[in-house]
Design a binder for this molecule. Sequence first.
Ligand SMILES: [Zn+2]
Length: 434
Amino acid sequence: MQQGSYQIKLYFKFLNFLGDNLGLHEILGFSPSFRVKHPCGICWISFDDINNVYCEDGVTLRNAENYYADVRELAHNVTEECVFHKGTLYRVYKNLCVDVMHDIFEGVAQYDLAKILHYYIYTKKHFTLKQLNDRILAFPYEEHENAPPTLSETNIKKKITLSCREMMTFVRNFTFLIGDLIPEDDDCWELVLHFKTMVDAIMDKVSDENHPNYLKILIQEYLSLLNEFFPKSMKPKHHHLIHYPRVLKRMGPLWNLSSIRYEGKHRESKQISRNAICKINVCHTIAIKTQLKLNYRFLNTDSCDFKILDYKHSGNKIKVADLPRANFPESVGAELEQLQWLLLFNKKINVGDIIIDYDSPVDPLFYEIKFLLLTHSESTVYVLVQMIECTYDLHFRAFMFCNYVNKYVCFSDDDLQSFSIVSKYEGKIRISNF
Ligand SMILES: [Zn+2]
């Protein structure tokens, strides 16, 4: 690498293996089956103890000493010494990787939400499966959300087999879908709220030094509550959660380690392979098509611009003098064009959405978007918002719209970068980390 007149040689250290649980076990020298006596690649937990251990404190973690003893005796699920020990500084017993996609959204959520729904529909009879499915179909999902399909009786009895993206939508909106049908004093609702809070903490994109300890408490509480309500129901994927706080501390935000991007790329490759007419060397075809696609992205000037701005004209013009008084800059002009929607950072913003300012010195400030406005020169989009007051609802664990405050503020599209913009559903503000 050339830095001014210096030539710098960079070395990279092989730090960690990322992948799904099965792939990692196969490539790192553990048995690929999870129905074995010691199913975890990070510790020695016994299959029978999974339901009793809710944090790492009580388990024997794999280390250099016990790993090489296991290699000699082929014990504790080790089938061979990891092949990557040869010629690298990488050591499998230090490998700290978890896969949120498969552990949570294609794992714990599928099992646990099925049990919770079964309890509410067939034991407590708070609502019927048809009622739930009607709500799943009618719910106003956001544009970027993958709407989940309706659920069958088999789903509820065994596990809810949704794709990762569908399950993310389902978990994000679960309390809004059924919350009003559940009595305030329902015990199992506490489990639902714990689950949602835990998933939110796991999916947090930023992490400070207190976050691992906070997550450890949330996971401990959730697993212990789960065992109370649905005894002996935990699978190895539930057990993986106890390692999350340590992985978070060492590797940073957990969603960055997820397999979801690799699975997405794998899907692309499979599609190319299926569509290829010539099957002589499919890997070569996939490599060329992937490179062409990457080149197209590099040549497309917008591809590296993170602020992708787009909007739809409504056709209506509005005089600034007719708008509520706000801090419009002088350069705004006398007339503005009203927009139907605004696309910023790939997120569609609509009138009625909520802007949250978390940097406020006391509590977060909430604003509702009243107008999306474009200047005559089409150089800037202004968002006229009205401040609102919100209360916190413990049953939904959500902020609820309370009333309007007679204060209007004008933000430019550049200002919006520092705020969180979310939608609301029946007055409940849909805040989520994922
Ligand atoms: Zn473990």
